[in-house]
Design a protein around this ligand. Sequence first.
Ligand code: GLN
Length: 483
Amino acid sequence: MMTIKEIRKRLDGGEMSCRELTTAYLDAVKRDNPALNAYILLTEEEALRVADAVDARRAKGEMLSPLEGVPFALKDCVTTKGIATTCASKMLADYIPFFDAFIWEKLREQNAVMIGKGNMDEFAMGSTGETSYFGPASNPHNLDYVPGGSSSGVAAAVAGGLAVFGIGSDTGGSVRIPAAFCGLVGLKPTYGAVSRRGVIAYGSSLDQIGPIAACAEDAALVFDAINAKDPGDMTSVGSEPVTPKLTGSVAGMKIGMAKEFFEVMSPPVREAIERSVKLFEKMGAEIVSLDFPMLRYTLSTYYIIACAEAASNLGKFDGLRYGYRTDAAADLDDFICRTRTEGFGQEVRRRILLGTYVLSAGYYDAYYNKAQQLRRAIKGEFAKMFKECDLLLGPTVATTALKKGSGLTPVEMYQTDICTSSVNLAGLPAVSVPCGFDEKGLPIGLQLVGPHFKEDRVLSAALAFERETAGEYLRASGMGVKL
Ligand code: GLN
């Protein structure tokens, strides 16, 4: 696993050309991707084209941007003109978009090198990566385990040394959960910090795009490259660059811990979090104990709102305009019904049905409206907690990675999001940073949540933790590129 800084040193110091670097990554993908299934699509031609452009700029002595020439993985819900964008669904398996997503435009402006499109849970619905139409990705730390989802492929690629950073989307935890399971740093920015134009929507009031990276400084650099305001996304406001503001210190900070998070943790996670809390105290932070009684309602609230929005967002996939279409149908109704039944996987269909149910006239008040009221109450509790502290600390996930094919029921699977989804309901920024390993060597993630637009604060605390632990928890998986 290489950091952006290490790559910069090699490229800027003329130690290797960008073509050599890119070829090394492409070769590693060809060797290791069959085991990891991290990439759905390898974008070799595009990668080499950009690599050559970077080398030409280097030869002319032009100033290179921070991400210039750096190989990355892009989650396959991000639209790329002329390059297949599938959302890991049969519905979009042959879809070639005719426009670019804002974030892809931004990364291209920087000449970052896209290695390929990352595997994911179908339409980002899942926490393990196993709902992908293209099969599950594997955790590079142990191939029998899931990398976490829904940004499964991007996390597997970074931890597996097949990309330096990745771009994921996070509706209820999909950047932070795979970051935690793969021993990486994952940042879910404040709602509105990053434009979603061209990102295939799941839950529009919750979705955010964020980096998955090897360390906090890398996450900051990637965030700075994509967080501009975009008139093409009315919810986007952009935010200040965070890299110049990273202090790497928590001295004098008040860090809150909600007791309720401690009730859900498995023993190895609890041990790692408790050890980390002591380290934060040692670094000069004051720990305050807080109550978050609404935590018990967050999963029901999140799943009602996310499914309602998904049912609406996915209504456009009817086979009439683009995407999969059935071959045999008696009439128009039958055509749409068959197309959607055949084109969507089981979990996506379940959520569309659930979302349609909670939005239907007879149940709207009982479910959807009530969920909106609860969402307001959850936001209120966060606001109250932030009156007493600067940051909140807890686990990212209550357990470590699950074994592939664990056969959990949908509701058991939804519980993976217990610590992450409330953050999306409140639109807050949060980072997952590695803080330990369980007895099987699977990584554990610590979550730091900040007030709106305080990405600098959450990343500074993550950086402080990395420094204090001397990167002890950023252990490489041993797979991937060796330079
Ligand atoms: N696991 C959650 C879900 O399935 C979160 C997914 C996400 O953040 N995209 O809804």
